[in-house]
Write a protein that binds this ligand. Structure first.
Ligand code: GDP
Ligand code: ZN
Length: 468
């Protein structure tokens, strides 16, 4: 199936680069490309072998030379979108790419909406919705572990698991419906008994998937983390230590928070999202600065708080202010006793002395380290991994739910399965059980996009980046 208009967009990142690609998709792709691209060999583009690189030149309508390029034609359905696709691989300058893009518009292409290529791939059945969503996750992955999760979902790991669950539900329905046709009592009872066991099992599987959602979200979006501590405790040094060692990625992600820059640090495969710059900068001199309140409120809402104390000094009044703040934090707290390379004045016992019992229980770990010498970083890494993954490293093998939409669908599916259990327990007839099971089956189909409305599909793809 081809949409009735042809789209065009710059598919590569905007900026200077060796190569930049203008991509067309739709019925008229080849026709449009043929009007501006002349193969060096003298043939017509439409006569060139599909999926073979063709060298040539791009000229505008007035015959003005724009760029040398390599052109690849992919004929439907053997392309990303399953439509006719043409890639014009030009030189990677922003101006030249914009000129070529503008030319394709004038020759009949329409500007592609964000995510429109992938949306077409979805509408043409090349990807299901969970795979389509993971395309963006692959593009935006910030650590190897995030990438692994996204790549697994792109390969259909989650789709497969959802597909299996739905298949199992269908089988229960088929059994129940068969027993309705044979209304002898004993067959009916056997069928209901079996259904009960199977529903129980499916319920557990959905619960497990739902349990992966928090980890999935953290891998995708990063763990919101605040570093707090009085001036000179060693916050900046800790930041630098975490950023260093080449395991860090610092990226500008123009995502949901369009105007702010988020810094990501990769700790043991887990992306820590270190506030926005403003938050971090203000946290620098936490107690001294006027902008402190903002950093405080960030810390209160953060999922992870790294509270840095100068272990070579005793606790000061400023430390006590930090301690009070910790009492208001909602996230998990790791207390860091820094400067372990110097003689210690502050130990674990001191912390336990000033903390209430409840606070001690809620503090996940107390870690002694030296941000300057770099010792203790492994312990910190392990503590964070334990906190996020419960010490389990084997998360790679399982399907993982990575976004709020999928999480919400699973939550509702779980409710529907719970409803089925109640119906079964109350000894209601098969018809009612079948109705409940069908709703759960339909609900789960929303994850892969089999049972979903057009408006939701548009909404999902509008969050994609341009050119994908
Ligand atoms: P911040 O104000 O909390 O950001 O603290 P800084 O990271 O700027 O560090 C304040 C001072 O403490 C600097 O002179 C650092 O070199 C020093 N410092 C930080 N961490 C350590 C450490 O582990 N050992 C020692 N000896 N000095 C440290
Ligand atoms: Zn600092």
């Amino acid at each position: 199936m081809q949409q009735d208009y042809t789209i065009s967009a710059i598919a590569t990142a905007i900026g200077e680069g060796g190569i930049g690609i203008v991509r067309l998709s739709g019925e008229k792709s080849v026709e449009i490309a043929e009007k501006c691209f002349r193969p060096a060999g003298g043939h017509r583009l439409s006569e060139c072998t599909p999926r073979v690189a063709v060298f040539g030149r791009i000229y505008d309508e007035e015959g003005r030379f724009l760029d040398e390029a390599i052109c690849i034609v992919m004929r439907a359905p053997h392309s990303y979108t399953c439509e006719d696709v043409v890639e014009l691989q030009c030189h990677g300058g922003p101006l030249v790419l914009r000129q070529v893009l503008g030319l394709t518009y004038r020759l009949g292409a329409q500007p592609a909406e964000p995510g429109e290529f992938t949306k077409r791939a979805f509408l043409n059945g090349r990807l299901d919705l969970s795979q389509a969503q993971s395309v963006m996750d692959v593009i935006q992955a910030r650590t190897a572990a995030s990438l692994e999760m996204a790549a697994g979902n792109l390969q259909g790991r989650l789709s497969e698991e959802i597909g299996n669950l739905r298949q199992e539900i269908l089988e229960i329905i088929a059994h129940l419906e068969a027993s309705i046709d044979f209304p002898e009592d004993d067959i009916e009872e056997v069928a209901l008994g079996e259904a009960e066991l199977k529903v129980e099992k499916i319920y557990g599987q959905v619960q497990d998937l739902l349990g992966s959602a928090d980890r999935g979200r953290i891998l995708r979006d990063g763990l919101r983390t605040a570093i707090i501590g009085r001036p000179n405790a060693g916050k900046s040094s800790l930041m630098n230590l975490m950023l260093g060692q080449e395991r860090s990625i610092v990226t500008d992600v123009p995502g949901t928070t369009r105007d702010s820059i988020e810094e990501y640090v990769n700790i043991g495969g887990i992306p820590l999202k270190l506030a926005d710059t403003a938050g971090i900068r203000e946290a620098e001199n936490l107690v001294e600065q006027i902008g402190v309140e903002r950093a405080y409120s960030y810390a209160r809402e953060a999922e992870l708080v790294l509270a840095v104390f100068d272990g070579s000094q005793g606790l000061t009044a400023q430390d006590e202010a930090i301690w009070q703040l910790l009492g208001q934090c909602r996230g998990r707290i790791i207390v860091i006793l820094n400067k372990s390379d110097l003689d210690g004045k502050l130990g674990q016992e001191d912390i336990e002395k000033i903390a209430t019992e409840k606070e001690v229980e809620e503090i996940y770990d107390i870690i002694t380290m030296s941000a300057k010498a770099g010792s203790g970083l492994n312990e910190l890494e392990e503590a964070i991994q334990r906190l996020v993954f419960g010490g389990k490293i084997g998360w790679q093998e399982s399907a993982m739910v990575s976004n709020a939409r999928q999480q919400e669908i699973l939550r509702k599916a779980l409710e529907l399965l719970e409803q089925t259990r109640v119906t079964l327990l109350n000894g209601m007839s098969e018809d009612f059980v079948v109705i409940d099971l069908r709703s759960a089956w339909e609900k789960l189909g929303e994850i892969t996009g089999e049972t979903i409305g057009e408006d939701i599909i548009d909404e999902i793809f509008s969050r994609f980046c341009l050119g994908k």
